[in-house]
Design a protein around this ligand. Structure first.
Ligand SMILES: C[S@@+](CC[C@H](N)C(=O)[O-])C[C@H]1O[C@@H](n2cnc3c(N)ncnc32)[C@H](O)[C@@H]1O
Length: 256
C-alpha cells in the first residue's frame, strides 16, 4: 500500500492512502481530530490523567500511523498515577518504517520519541499478534491481519474501543455487524466506543452488533460523530438514536 505524508491544518502530519483514496485523519488537523474523537468524546483523556491507578484495556480498529498510541503516551506523561494499559490494535497494511521515520505530529506532543518508537514497531511486524512493551506500564498488542480475522489477545475485557477504519463506503469490512458484535462481546458493560463516522449504515451495524448509540458533536466543524456503549446510561449526556428502528432498517436490507 502506498502512502503519502501530508501536513494537516493543526501542523500535524497524516498519511494519504492511495489504495483507499483517503487521508488517515481529517485534513483540518490529525492530532486535533484524534484527541476529540478518541479521547475527549469518551472520557478516556480524563481516565488517563486521573489520580486512579488500575488497568485500562483499549481496542483500536485500524492502527494506521500509530497516532492514537502516541497520543495515549502523551496523556500519560501528564498522569499523576501509574496505570497499566493494554493497547490492542489491528492493521492489515503496516506502513513502511521509512515513511514513519519522516512523519511529524507537530509540536504539541510532550512524548518526543515517537519516530523511534514507531520505526521500531513497523520494522518487523509479523502476521498475527505482536506484543511490544512500550513502557513499564503500556503494552502494545498489534494484530497484523484483517479486521474479520481479529481475535482477543489474553481474553481482555475492553474499556474503550477506538473505531477508526476508513469510511464505511470505501472500507466496508470495518463496519460490519459481525465486527461490532465481536467488539461488544469483548467489552465491559461500561465500555465506551467512539468513531468519527455519523453514517446511518455504520450506526445500524453497531446496533445489530449490540451497542447503544448516541450522536456527539463532530470534530473540527463536522456536525456529528458517534459514541456507543453497551449500557445506555453511559450515554445519558448525549442525544440517543433509536437502535430498534436501525435494526429493523438493517433487517429490511436498506443498507445493502
Ligand atoms: C483511518 S486509518 C487508521 C488511522 C489510525 N488510527 C491512526 O491514528 O493513524 C484506517 C486503517 O485501517 C487499515 N485497514 C483498512 N482495511 C483493513 C482491513 N480489512 N483489515 C485490517 N486493517 C485494515 C488501513 O490500512 C488503515 O491503516
Amino acid at each position: 500500500m502506498t502512502n503519502q505524508i501530508k501536513q494537516t491544518g493543526d501542523g500535524s502530519d497524516t498519511l494519504v492512502s492511495e489504495t483507499f483514496n483517503q487521508p488517515y485523519h481529517s485534513l483540518g488537523g490529525a492530532v486535533a481530530e484524534s484527541r476529540i474523537v478518541y479521547f475527549e468524546s469518551t472520557g478516556l483523556n480524563e481516565r488517563l490523567t486521573s489520580t486512579d491507578s488500575g488497568h485500562i484495556n483499549i481496542m483500536e480498529i485500524g492502527f494506521g500511523s500509530g497516532l492514537n498510541l502516541v497520543l495515549l503516551l502523551d496523556y500519560l506523561e501528564n498522569s499523576p498515577s501509574d496505570k497499566k494499559i493494554a493497547f490492542c490494535s489491528v492493521e492489515a497494511y503496516p506502513i513502511a518504517p521509512e515513511t514513519v521515520s519522516e512523519i511529524n505530529f507537530g509540536d504539541q506532543l510532550s512524548h518526543i520519541d515517537y519516530r523511534a518508537l514507531l520505526t521500531n514497531i513497523f520494522s518487523n511486524p509479523k502476521p498475527g499478534w505482536n506484543k511490544i512493551e512500550i513502557t513499564t506500564n503500556v503494552t502494545l498488542h498489534l494484530f497484523v491481519g484483517m479486521f474479520d480475522e481479529l481475535t482477543n489477545p489474553n481474553e481482555l475485557d475492553f474499556d474503550f474501543v477506538m473505531h477508526d477504519p476508513f469510511s464505511p463506503d470505501s472500507n466496508p469490512a470495518g463496519w460490519t455487524p459481525d465486527l461490532f458484535g465481536k467488539l461488544a462481546g469483548w467489552s465491559s458493560m461500561n465500555a465506551m466506543l467512539s468513531t468519527y463516522s455519523a453514517a446511518t449504515s455504520a450506526r445500524a451495524a453497531m446496533a445489530v452488533g449490540g451497542w447503544k448509540i448516541a450522536r456527539a458533536p463532530g470534530a473540527l466543524g463536522k456536525r456529528e460523530m458517534t459514541v456507543a456503549s453497551k449500557n445506555g446510561e453511559n450515554l445519558s449526556h448525549l442525544k440517543r438514536v433509536n437502535e430498534q428502528r436501525l435494526i429493523e432498517r438493517y433487517e429490511n436490507e436498506e443498507f445493502r
